[in-house]
Write a protein that binds this ligand. Structure first.
Ligand SMILES: Cc1cc2nc3c(=O)[nH]c(=O)nc-3n(C[C@H](O)[C@H](O)[C@H](O)COP(=O)(O)O)c2cc1C
Length: 228
């Protein structure tokens, strides 16, 4: 399988979230060796969408001649897209959002009603794609935090999507937290294996992965330097 990882963290390989993503890929690669390509989005030249809609009217040709041309090709050649990013202001970091906006050339102006919502009719065939969101964040709470990012992901990719959201993720880069992060990454690896085998992650396993690693108030005390 061809996997394209869109790493939205400006910290590149040092990203807290990428610890989760790498563990997931390790699990997937245990089942079969996949062809994985990681794009550090921060290093790419991606102009913000100009909003002219010319790409939707003229067969997908964008007015900007930047790295998005190659990235769109790479997206279409992939089987699985992993959106790996830290939660920023309840959404995705701006460079990754610019990339998402610039996928507009894959759609045409025409719209159709699907259930209760409308979506654009594709001008490229991306029906084979599966989508995985892996999102880390700095607060210990998932509720009142991840919802906007999760809602956006579901609306953008209504089919074949899976979401992993992990609170307290700066702990993945703290050696002293290994006692709790190592077992969590083992669970993520297990999820990667399961996803590779069945295309899904067991709901109980997913809920365990998405729960805080240490109690919320204890985490806040550590961050605030008020641990007694
Ligand atoms: C600009 C900015 C906005 C952030 N917004 C949120 C937020 O809305 N909720 C949250 O829990 N953490 C927030 N954080 C914390 C990051 O999500 C957290 O530090 C994360 O672990 C960074 O992951 P990374 O190392 O993969 O980039 C924010 C951090 C920055 C720099």
């Amino acid at each position: 399988m061809k996997i394209l990882v869109l790493n939205g963290s400006p910290k590149r390989g040092k990203s807290d979230t990428m610890h989760i993503t790498r563990a997931f890929l390790d699990g997937m690669n245990e089942v079969s060796q996949n062809e994985v390509r990681i794009i550090d989005v921060i290093d790419k030249h991606i102009e913000p969408c100009a909003g002219c809609f010319s790409c939707m009217r003229n067969g997908g040709d964008c007015i900007h001649k930047d790295d998005m041309r190659t990235i769109l090709e790479e997206i279409l050649e992939s089987d699985l897209l992993i959106w790996s990013y830290p939660l920023y202001c309840y959404g995705m970091p701006a460079p990754l959002k610019a990339l998402l906006d610039r996928t507009l050339p894959l759609s045409s102006m025409a719209m159709r009603k699907v259930g209760e919502r409308y979506e654009h009719v594709g001008q490229a065939d991306f029906s084979h794609l599966r989508y995985l969101m892996i999102c880390g964040c700095g607060f210990p709470n998932s509720k009142h935090n991840f919802e906007p990012a999760a809602a956006q992901f579901k609306l953008c990719f209504p089919n074949n999507h899976t979401m992993i959201t992990v609170p307290e993720s700066p702990m993945f880069n703290a050696a002293e937290a290994e006692v709790v992060t190592a077992p969590r990454l083992e669970l993520v690896k297990k999820a990667g294996k399961e996803y590779s085998e069945t295309g899904e992650i067991d709901a109980e396993l997913l809920s365990e992965i998405c729960s805080p690693m240490i109690p919320e108030d204890q985490y806040a005390e550590i961050v605030n330097g008020t641990v007694k």
